[in-house]
Ligand binder design. Structure first.
Ligand code: PHE
Length: 360
């Protein structure tokens, strides 16, 4: 039938001429849709005699298949062309220079935390963390400060509202509860070497105190640990941190409920152009609290104090940053003043490394 051939040629030409997906779809509807030309032909099969149907049927089916295949091929070609165009449109010029000035900076507290992690990693210490909202058991009781202990009052603690039937929780007043958590995590059988930097809270505010501040805790648990290990570790740490060899330490007998004996550690400073600089021994500055872990604390952490000993120390990170980088008002640390951050902040690319110098 010449009509069929003609229709076939005509439809294929229309498919080829379609220059967009919309135009192609219009051709598809006109040919194969409910009211389409090919669909109309298929409908005529029902009214044909069996002979006629046998002859026409395959031809009409072939027409339908041919047009369907041509539409599919054209659609694939149009899709490909559209993708190519999109890729060409969205090309990035990789040779363009990067933006000139990075805007953000690393806060000195974060910088010092990174420096601490780096220095202590070299001594075999891992970094541990604990929650800032603590139970009184972790913050006090397990650290040898039972409910009636007067040392609890010295902590200017923020107490949270108690939940039904529970004891009130506290914002941790120091990082020492991580000592207990680290011992529990190690299961009472393995040596421990960790530092735990993080936020701590006390209801106190002036030029050198903010209600939220940062501490780093250090804990070593092993067999045969002595005060000598503590002193060497602190000396090694402070020399690496302040990047000077003339760091002099003075251990002053002190009292913490969770260490026995306890020592407060002073570092010598010298006066250069009227300013205090760490190193030398013109005067002494208190930098951290420390001691041998108290038997009761070792026990609360699930270790046998007859077998295991340890030392611990706690140190204000903000104070370390002030001493090393020369800021004099702690409150500015938490003001979020962009000019202060620009002046005292560090480049994100200046990652402290022992080989490159932890002072970056
Ligand atoms: N937790 C003590 C404080 O906040 C510091 C400290 C830690 C002292 C570990 C001794 C041992 O003041």
């Amino acid at each position: 039938m010449a009509d069929l051939d003609h229709l076939h040629t005509d439809l294929i030409a229309q498919v080829h001429a379609a220059d967009s997906l919309d135009a192609l779809d219009a051709v598809r509807v006109a040919a194969l849709g409910k009211q389409g030309a090919v669909t109309a032909l298929l409908k005529t099969l029902g009214g044909m005699s069996p002979d006629e149907r046998q002859q026409q049927g395959p031809r009409i089916q072939a027409l339908r298949e041919g047009v369907t295949a041509a539409i599919a091929a054209k659609k694939a070609a149009l899709d490909r062309a559209e993708l190519d165009a999109k890729l060409a449109r969205e090309t990035l010029d990789m040779t363009l220079p990067a933006e000139a000035a990075p805007v953000g900076s690393i806060h000195p507290v974060s910088q010092v935390m990174d420096e601490l992690a780096e220095i202590f990693a070299d001594l075999g210490f891992a970094v541990a963390t604990g929650p800032e909202i603590e139970t009184q058991w972790y913050n006090f009781t397990a650290l040898n400060m039972p409910e009636t202990h007067p040392a609890r009052a010295m902590h200017d603690t923020f107490y949270l509202n108690a939940r039904d039937g529970e004891e009130a929780r506290v914002l941790r007043t120091h990082t020492s509860p991580v000592q207990i958590r680290a011992m529990q995590a190690a299961g009472g059988t393995k040596p421990i070497r960790i530092i735990a930097p993080g936020r701590t809270y006390r209801s106190d505010s002036d030029a050198t105190h903010t209600p939220m501040f940062h501490q780093v805790e250090g804990l070593v648990i092993d067999k045969g640990i002595t005060l000598g290990h503590l002193k060497w570790t602190l000396e090694t740490f402070l020399k690496a941190f302040f990047e000077r060899d003339d760091i002099v330490l003075r251990l002053r007998p002190s009292y913490f409920p969770f260490t026995e004996p306890s020592a407060e550690v002073d570092v010598g400073f010298s006066v250069v152009n009227g300013k205090r600089v760490i190193g030398g021994s013109d005067g002494w500055m208190e930098v951290l609290g420390s001691g041998m872990v108290h038997r009761s604390v070792i026990e609360a952490g699930g270790y046998d104090p007859n077998e295991w000993q340890g030392f611990a120390f706690g140190c204000g990170i903000d104070r370390l940053a002030m001493l090393k980088y020369g800021m004099d008002d702690l409150r500015a640390f938490f003001d979020g003043d962009a000019r202060w951050l620009k002046h005292y902040g560090f480049s994100a690319l200046d990652v402290p490394t022992l080989s490159g110098g932890v002072g970056a």
